[in-house]
Design a binder for this molecule. Sequence first.
Ligand code: 13P
Length: 296
Amino acid sequence: MEELQELKRRRQAIILAHNYQPPAIQDLADHVGDSLELSLLAARADARVIVFCGVDFMAEAAALLAPDKLVLLPDLRARCSLADMITPEDVRALRTMHPGAAVLSYINTSAAVKAESDVTVTSSNAQRVLDAIPNGEVIFVPDGNLGRYLATRSGRRVVTWDGHCRAHHEVRVDDVRTARRLHPRAVLMVHPEVRPEISACADLVLGTGGMVRMARERPETEFIVGTEAGLLHRLTGENPGKRFYLLSPSLWCHTMKYTTRDRIIACLRDLEPRVQVPPGVAARARRAMERMVELT
Ligand code: 13P
């Protein structure tokens, strides 16, 4: 820890960790948060170097909103398989098939896909952004479950893409039945990346930041958590009198767990691996992210 603190001071660095990171990484980070909070923090932080403990698209989003800072991702194997399920060419083809439709891309996309989009959204603001888009057809990529959830909530025609998060998509109705039986008094909160039949039977459908807030504010003392297992560390730490149960053992993201303390030390020492977005792509992708910030 001493070596880490000394390197951080020397590099004028801060460490940001997503809510899904391993407990030891959350504990050493300067800030732990959801994908949107961390990108905004990266932009505002009084630092020259950002060590982003999360997956590739999150570090890219931080690099887009903080172009004056050096963004490091401790392990380049930390990729989001959902973000890899769509390419910029796919988005261009969708636009050709649905001329005039607004393109909303989930934050879980590459900068190149964001650059083809009108506006970016996260699970915490997708509904608000959609409501701010004038009536008419909307394309939402790449998470099909979140797209269908938005269509149901808003009553609007949403063209979806067939992408999914492997961890959330694996949750089944049987998992809900078992968890409800074992914990009948618990509030069931799920991430909108779960299948529609799972979000339909949940008490709350929220992004990770919303779950943190609800766990703090709600009077209930038991919660079944339908998102990646890493969030339980934060929930239990911040709410000592309350209990949290993981909805399904499938809720485990392997690539989120590549970050280690040694890798953080190595990247602060070497200032590598860097996350950089080519300028042509960056300008257009940043515009889509800035529109999201304006609309929320
Ligand atoms: P949040 O935006 O809720 O942090 O979720 C990010 C994510 O990758 C969900 O799988």
